[in-house]
Design a binder for this molecule. Structure first.
Ligand code: 6PG
Length: 248
């Protein structure tokens, strides 16, 4: 069962999310000496990234972060639609994470497929899973699309059924921007130690209700397929996103 946290507004949500991420980083670093995190794109995490960039000096542990993207649009990093570009502007370019510990998806590759293959190699090199096992993130951040998608796993697409690859390309979804994508697959998302969904706004209220009240299949609302096998799942919502939940 996921933990569901409802915050009064988007500001409180960002603040709670930044605290959650700092806590996850401290715990991972204390336990394993580093923090492997997959960031998300979309508009929802922007305020959280800004707050993280303002982490007070005494609490900083940037030197131990290994930063990845859960998905990206196949556009250059300086394109406004780039998830990595957004994370770099709001967070990664403002804190002293060593450059070699930031791992964007290579959207300069010859094709989205080539970028996906290359990113799987990066996961293997940096996260060093045991032979035959999946790479394990300490924390995966995800947003929720109005259509129930997460990362770049879109409703009814073949990517939902992939179990033999860690990273795949995806054609554009039905929501903008209409560009090809590269995304982690369910097996990797579900191998994470912690997954945190950040969701705000009334437009998300229907998929939030359908997913959290068990009315949605992952074919219709792909975020319903994010169910960490051994890890924890937390949904942080603002009041507007939570407004159709019976328990809220
Ligand atoms: C992307 C994402 C995507 C996003 C949701 C929510 O590249 O678009 O990573 O999965 O998280 O679409 O986006 P918003 O926060 O903009 O609603």
């Amino acid at each position: 069962m996921p933990t569901i946290l409802v915050l009064p507004d988007a500001e409180a949500l960002a603040s709670a999310a930044a605290d959650f991420i700092r806590q996850a980083a401290s715990e991972a670093i204390a336990a394993r000496g580093r923090f492997a995190v997959a960031l998300t794109g979309g508009s929802s995490p922007g305020a959280t990234y800004k707050l993280l960039a303002q982490t007070p000096p005494g609490q900083e542990n940037w030197g131990k972060w290994e930063v990845f993207l859960g998905d990206d649009r196949f556009v250059p990093a300086d394109d406004d639609r780039s998830n990595y570009g957004q994370a770099r502007t709001l967070l990664l370019g403002k804190v002293p994470i060593p450059a070699g510990q930031i791992h964007p998806i290579d959207t300069g590759a010859s094709s989205p497929d080539a970028a996906a293959r290359h990113y799987a190699e990066t996961l293997a090199q940096v996260l060093q899973p045991e032979a035959g096992k999946l790479p394990i993130f300490d924390l995966v951040l995800l947003g929720l699309g109005e259509d129930g998608h997460c990362a770049s796993l879109f409703p009814h697409m073949a990517t939902l059924a992939v179990t033999d690859r860690w990273v795949v390309s995806s054609p554009p979804g039905t929501l903008p921007p209409p560009v090809d994508r590269v995304t982690l697959t369910y097996p990797v998302l579900n191998a994470a130690r912690q997954v945190l969904f950040l969701v705000n706004g009334e437009k998300k209220a229907v998929p939030v209700r359908d997913i959290l009240e068990g009315r949605a299949t992952r074919e219709v609302h792909p975020a319903a397929g994010v169910q960490p096998v051994d890890g924890t799942l937390t949904w942080m919502l603002d009041k507007d996103a939570a407004k159709l939940l019976h328990s809220s």
